[in-house]
Write a protein that binds this ligand. Structure first.
Ligand code: ADP
Ligand code: MG
Length: 317
């Protein structure tokens, strides 16, 4: 199979949008940006051995490579429009490419994004996606607007993917593995937060690390209530309290949105999201100062040590 045959297979599954004036097949794509909108551009790469195992399912890789980018667009309040794919393959493997594009295509269709170009080279397995989204001019959401007194919220549940990764060798429930391999970007929430949230970030590196970015970019502190962090039934079933909180607070790969806003604005966000059934949980507040503090039920700060959480035992599961 030649590079051109591979590209033809990829091009067959790109999705269609009326605003693609010229898609795959020329030296570049030509895209119609609507008047009054701004482009939001994000880029994230998945590498074999770093972000996924060598024997990972090709469709899962395709889904996740797009999902992590859609999560960044959601955190910016942008609606997905176009994507480019930089694909590095050890060999021209048509089955792998078919699987990759099946997973990519499922999420692309669900999110309305069209693949408009890319690059295919020989090398260690890696999938890099550049995604372009649209936001009404001036309405992009950022990390830097948090204000003292804001409530801090997070969508969905936290820690599932981290638990799946850490417990993989013990055999893990399907629902946890699903959260690791098929994260669901929170696009509708990102749109609902436009004009309402003061600061937004997607939780990719762990809640504390990511909220730390909001705190430093906004020049504020954040206090979190450990008992309030939302956990799935599946996580509760496999983790004791200490391991659960570690996964929730510092595990990565959740792809939920964490955001701050005045308390009286959350009702409107909930109304906008009512059909999705996505839970939104108040987990803390924005205070004067700097950094992120996680407090236990007694109000004591839980300190992350070099090897994890000082107050927490090693995972028992
Ligand atoms: P060039 O040599 O001009 O860079 P290529 O032969 O690499 O062009 O690519 C031909 C067309 O196929 C271009 O439109 C390019 O955007 C598209 N393409 C190549 N690889 C991919 C890919 N992995 N995903 C999507 N489009 C791709
Ligand atoms: Mg060219």
């Amino acid at each position: 199979m030649t590079e051109f045959e591979l590209i033809a297979r990829i091009a067959a599954q790109t999705g269609r949008r009326a605003d693609v004036a010229l898609g795959i097949g020329d030296d570049g794509a030509v895209l119609d940006v609507p008047a009054g909108q701004q482009l939001v551009a994000v880029c994230d790469t998945l590498n074999v051995g770093v972000h996924f195992a060598a024997d990972a399912d090709a469709a899962d890789i395709g889904w996740k490579a797009l999902a992590v980018n859609l999560s960044d667009l959601a955190a910016m309040g942008a609606t997905p429009a176009w994507a480019l794919m930089s694909l590095s393959l050890p060999q021209a493997d048509p089955d792998f490419v078919a699987g990759l594009m099946r997973g990519f295509g499922q999420l692309a269709a669900a999110s309305g994004i069209a693949l408009v170009g890319g690059d295919t080279t020989r090398g260690p397995l890696a999938v890099g996606i550049t995604a372009l989204g649209l936001v009404p001019a001036g309405q992009a959401l950022t990390r830097s607007g948090a204000q003292v007194g804001d409530a801090v919220f997070v969508s969905g549940t936290l820690g599932d993917a981290a638990a799946a990764l850490r417990l993989a060798r013990h055999g893990v429930a399907r629902t946890l593995l699903q959260r690791l391999h098929r994260p669901e970007p929170r696009g509708a929430l990102g749109v609902a937060l436009r004009g309402r949230a003061h600061a937004v970030i997607d939780v990719s590196d762990g809640l504390l690390a990511d909220l730390g970015h909001i705190a430093s970019a906004s020049g504020v502190g954040i206090v979190l209530d450990a008992a309030a962090l939302p956990a799935s039934q599946a996580l509760r079933a496999v983790a004791d309290a200490s391991f659960r909180v570690r996964c929730q607070a510092s595990g990565g790969d959740d792809y939920e949105l964490a955001f701050t806003l005045p308390d009286d604005r959350i009702a409107a966000v909930r109304v906008a999201l009512a059909e999705s059934g996505l839970p939104l949980t108040r987990i803390g507040r924005v205070v004067e100062g700097e950094g992120v503090v996680l407090r236990d039920a007694a109000g004591h700060a839980l300190e992350p040590g070099a090897s994890g959480w000082d107050h927490f035992a090693e995972p028992t599961a």
